[in-house]
Design a protein around this ligand. Structure first.
Ligand code: FAD
Length: 147
């Protein structure tokens, strides 16, 4: 397998006021987890209510096909590929797609990565996104284990 990682950002376009931001993230994660598990894609999705930051890992061709499908989704636009790189090992191996909605509880994690206010994808590197996602992944794990 040509293990590859894609990191991208995009802007939320949701206008359905009846759908909460959290519900929107849950809907996206549900179909991502279903599809990604079948295609051996792993990764993480960060959502702050305005922007998405996503990491996709897997076979190069499969990841590119999945990214092409995601790009066409009208729940977001301004999709910007931040990085596409070969990978030795997966960093999100346990998650067909983990996800995190930005919350006050996790604010310290964002601050640690220099994000004090709203996410501005133009000011973020792919490196920062991956490290932020790794810390959020660990945080989500701890929250799950404590409930
Ligand atoms: P299903 O999994 O059956 O999902 C279809 C359901 O999704 C519909 O019932 C509807 O409720 C909802 N839905 C689909 N499109 C829309 C829409 N435009 N507006 C509102 N609701 C809609 N897919 C992946 O497979 N892997 C990913 O990692 C992934 N990441 C995503 C990240 C983001 C930021 C976004 C916006 C989407 C992502 N998706 C991902 C979803 C992807 O764009 C497709 O919607 C999905 O792959 C379609 O899967 P499916 O045909 O199996 O449909």
């Amino acid at each position: 397998m040509n293990l590859t990682r894609i990191v991208y950002s995009s802007a939320d376009t949701s206008s359905d006021k009846n759908l909460s931001k959290l519900q929107q993230l849950r809907d996206i994660l549900a179909s991502a987890q279903k599809n990604n598990a079948k295609k051996d894609i792993t990764g993480f999705l960060i959502y702050d209510g305005h922007f998405f930051l996503q990491i996709l890992e897997g076979d190069r061709e499969t990841v590119v096909q999945t990214f092409d499908r995601i790009k066409r989704d009208n729940r977001h636009d301004s999709v910007h590929l931040m990085d596409m790189t070969p990978l030795e090992n997966r960093q999100f191996a346990d998650w067909s797609m983990g996800g995190s909605m930005r919350s006050l509880d996790a604010q310290e994690i964002y601050l640690k990565h220099g994000i004090g206010s709203a996410i501005n994808p133009e000011q973020l590197s792919a490196h920062t996104v991956v490290n932020l996602a790794l810390d959020l992944q660990e945080y989500e794990r701890q929250v799950r284990h404590s409930t």
